[in-house]
Design a protein around this ligand. Structure first.
Ligand SMILES: *Cc1c(COP(=O)(O)O)cnc(C)c1O
Length: 337
């Protein structure tokens, strides 16, 4: 199967499974899992932060970050089409009593700072207290410009806002920019990174921040039911992913570009863009279901949930042959009219 639905579908490689099998473990609620501790130390150091917390999901990581920055009745500013706002069940509002203030994105995924400034509430009993600005990088595959990150950092400092990054795909952004991840992460007060996307670990995200912020996050993780025990088995997969699967993200980007190039030549497909490991195409809405069936028969899975735009995602389990087979299957479908 060539599964282009998401980079979350990757399966742990044999070498990653071997690393998991060999992991030293302990009870992480007692802070005694050496492999978890090593993963946390390593990412904190690598990204330039005091501390880190290993958590089951990116959704929980973002939630804990917001709950650690904010108190009940506070507000966070966030992209109207950001994962944290739109795809996390409203968790910050539901569980944190934190009000979201969505801001429309520019096409490159940035939030225009003049619009952000206009959304900050005055200090007055009528209003929620605006506390944090949350950005996302990459956003739908798009890499936020480095000079924008610098501007957002300066702006947040000036306004006294915390700055959080949903960096589910931080390493895709870093590889695409040709900079170390800390050159991106260093602009923020907290960063959430997914190990379970393109990095290919089966489970896990890491939140990095100050020691004080991570202490709060650890408590909220327990409250959220996320305190875990011999999690070193999973942390070992994360360590393996950071050792072996970061630089290779460039291959995913190259393959996405190649797939985009092939699809662009096919009449009937409107190629909307390719950003890092994602390709976006428009196909006539009335043909999507039929296309899905045709591709399944060719051993290819796509997600048609996002009508009418198709998102095709490259990852660890998609090789060059997979790209060619996919392009041929699309060509076959549109050739038959
Ligand atoms: C996947 C993703 C998350 C959340 O990760 P889960 O582990 O699925 O909860 C957060 N933000 C972005 C941008 C993502 O793509």
């Amino acid at each position: 199967m060539i599964d282009l639905r998401s980079d979350t579908v990757t399966r742990p490689t044999a070498a990653m499974r071997a690393a998991m099998l060999a992991a030293e473990v302990g009870d992480d609620v007692y802070g005694e899992d050496p492999t978890v501790n090593a993963l946390q130390r390593r990412l904190a150091d690598e990204l330039g932060f005091e501390a880190a917390l290993f958590v089951p999901t990116g959704t929980q990581s973002n939630l804990l970050a917001l709950m650690s920055h904010c108190e009940r009745g506070d507000e966070y500013l966030v992209g109207a089409d950001a994962h944290t706002y739109k795809f996390e069940g409203g968790g910050a509002a539901v569980l944190g009593s934190i009000q979201p203030q969505p801001i429309p994105h520019d096409a490159d995924g940035s939030l225009p700072l003049d619009k952000v400034a206009a959304a900050i509430k005055p200090v007055d009993p009528h209003f929620a207290r605006t506390r944090v600005l949350a950005l996302e990088n990459t956003w739908h595959g798009r890499v936020l410009p480095l000079d924008y990150l610098q501007a957002a950092h300066d702006f947040a400092r000036e306004c006294g806002l915390g700055l959080h990054l949903d960096g589910a795909r931080l390493f895709n952004a870093a590889v695409a920019c040709g900079v170390p991840a800390r050159a991106i992460a260093g602009h923020f007060d907290s960063v959430s990174v997914c190990l379970s996307k393109g990095l290919g670990a089966p489970v896990g995200s890491v939140l990095v921040g100050s020691a004080a912020l991570i202490d709060k996050a650890r408590r909220w993780r327990k409250v959220a039911g996320g305190g875990w025990r011999q999690a070193g088995i999973l942390a070992a997969a994360g360590q393996y992913a950071l050792d072996h699967h970061v630089d290779r993200l460039a291959e995913d980007h190259r393959r996405a570009a190649r797939l985009a190039g092939r699809l662009r030549e096919i009449a009937g497909i409107d190629l909307l863009g390719q950003y890092t490991n994602m390709v976006f195409v428009d196909v006539p809405a009335d043909r999507l279901r039929e296309l899905d069936v045709h591709l399944r028969e060719a051993g290819i899975r796509i997600s048609i949930g996002y009508l009418p735009t198709l998102r095709l995602v490259t990852h660890l389990d998609i090789d060059d042959a997979g790209i060619e087979r996919t392009a041929e299957a699309f060509r076959g479908f549109f050739a038959r009219g």
